[in-house]
Design a binder for this molecule. Structure first.
Ligand code: S3P
Length: 414
């Protein structure tokens, strides 16, 4: 069974943004509990290559606000879509000339979703048919109103960050609200930013942002794997401490509760403009659930682990409106369906999701991770309840978001 009380490294989305916005500060910003994942290291290294001074002080990271300079070498964003898309917008707004590269997965992901609005703002850029390598050239940007066809915080944030250096006002409207950390942080640090329903508007920065001290709340997307382990394994109970509970990020925990898992909110408080909570999760029989396009942005990164839960739930779970999963670190719809089929689940692949009939016993098999951290972690949790051995082709890729995943998991198995 699973027993324990855990705290987690800082939320990955907030960690990227804290490093980037610290670079706009009027002094030094101190970041505590920054995400330990390789993705956030990519953001740090790219900012350093652009002349921003960042240093470690004990467990904290100190970012010194300053001017960005043209990088002398290509900016390597590794596996990180957030690093790449947000930095393209941010550096475009600061008139920087830069070339971006990344690993095989990132190099095949679509970038026109960023280049389209930025070129409407006046950015001169070229890419390899909308993929990496991609170069941006110093350009005068003008604010636009952009109607984004996708609910994507990466698209929204790229445009808003470019807007910090564009003349006039820059606004983005999304079909469904995506995570709003960029807006919350910009507003909190003194930028002129307003939010009206699904639209956010920012003005050109006329002075540096305030520097800040921030303890980054625990990553709910990392915690979701441990919550699921406790929900799946009989007699389990786990406490998750200081977890980010921003309403644009709590979709997974709402779904888990709806599925019938035992859940108790022990405490909630606000810090640095975000809601944070301590949660207890315990095993109880699970029921099927329906997820539609309106639910998807609030649990987009948790769908792989939700699929594992659904195999143990009574009834038919449907996930629809999740076509964005096809262009994540891998094609996650295919990765979920092909691996779960091999484990013996009753799953049907849809263009924009999947249908799972449960419960079915799972059997251990060889899992293809497609080098995707969330696929690796989701199927490790599936392995806890599978009959026989589950072997991942690349377990190490979990370190993209959580290098401690396997050690922490071992520590809660009793
Ligand atoms: C993120 C936004 C989401 C999410 C990703 C992190 C962010 O991507 O999947 O892991 O920090 O802005 P999209 O905005 O492309 O959906």
């Amino acid at each position: 069974m699973i027993k324990g009380s855990l705290t987690f490294p800082g939320d990955k989305s907030i960690s990227h943004r804290a490093l980037m916005l610290g670079a706009f500060g009027d002094g030094e910003s101190r970041l505590s509990n920054l995400s330990t994942g390789a993705d956030v290291q990519s953001t740090r290294a790219c900012l350093e290559t652009c002349g921003i001074s960042i240093r470690d002080e004990g467990n904290d990271v100190i970012v010194k606000g300053g001017r960005f300079s043209d990088p002398k070498e290509p900016l390597d964003c590794g596996n990180s879509g957030t690093t790449l898309r947000l930095l393209i917008g941010l550096l475009a707004g600061q008139g920087i000339n830069a070339t971006f590269i990344g690993d095989k997965s990132l190099s095949s992901r679509p970038m026109n979703r960023i280049l389209d609005p930025l070129s409407q703002m006046g950015l001169k850029a070229e890419s390899n048919n909308g993929t990496l390598p991609l170069s941006i050239h110093q350009s005068e940007l003008t604010g636009i109103h952009y109607e984004s066809p996708v609910a994507s915080a990466q698209v929204k944030s790229a445009v808003l960050l470019a807007g910090l250096g564009a003349t006039g006002k820059t606004s983005v409207t999304e079909p469904i609200n995506s995570r709003d950390h960029t807006e919350r942080m910009l507003k909190g640090l003194g930028a002129e930013l307003s939010v009206d329903g699904n639209s956010s508007t920012v003005s050109r920065l006329s002075s540096p942002l305030s520097s800040f001290d921030m303890t980054i709340p625990g990553d709910p997307s990392t915690a979701a794997f441990f919550a699921s382990a406790a929900a799946l394994v009989p007699d389990s109970e786990i406490t998750l401490n200081s977890i980010l509970s921003n309403p644009t990020r709590t979709g997974f925990f709402s779904a888990l509760e709806k599925m019938g898992a035992g859940m108790e909110c022990l405490k909630q408080w606000d810090e640095a403009g975000e809601r944070i909570g301590n949660l207890k999760i315990f095993h109880q029989p699970l029921q099927a659930i329906s997820i539609n396009e309106k639910d998807v942005p609030r649990l987009i990164d948790e769908i792989p682990i939700l699929a594992i839960l659904a195999t143990q739930a009574e009834g038919t779970t449907e996930v629809r409106g999740a076509e964005e999963l096809r262009v994540k670190e891998c094609d996650r719809i295919y990765a979920i369906c092909s691996n779960l089929k091999r484990m013996g689940a009753d799953i049907e692949e849809l263009d924009n999701g999947f249908i799972i009939n449960g419960p079915t016993p799972l059997s251990g098999t060889k899992i293809e991770t497609f080098n995707d951290h969330r696929i690796a972690m989701a199927f490790t949790i599936a392995g806890l309840i599978a009959e026989g051995e589950t072997v991942l082709d690349n377990p190490e890729c979990a370190s993209i978001s959580n290098p401690d995943f396997y050690n922490v998991l071992k520590s809660v198995i009793v």
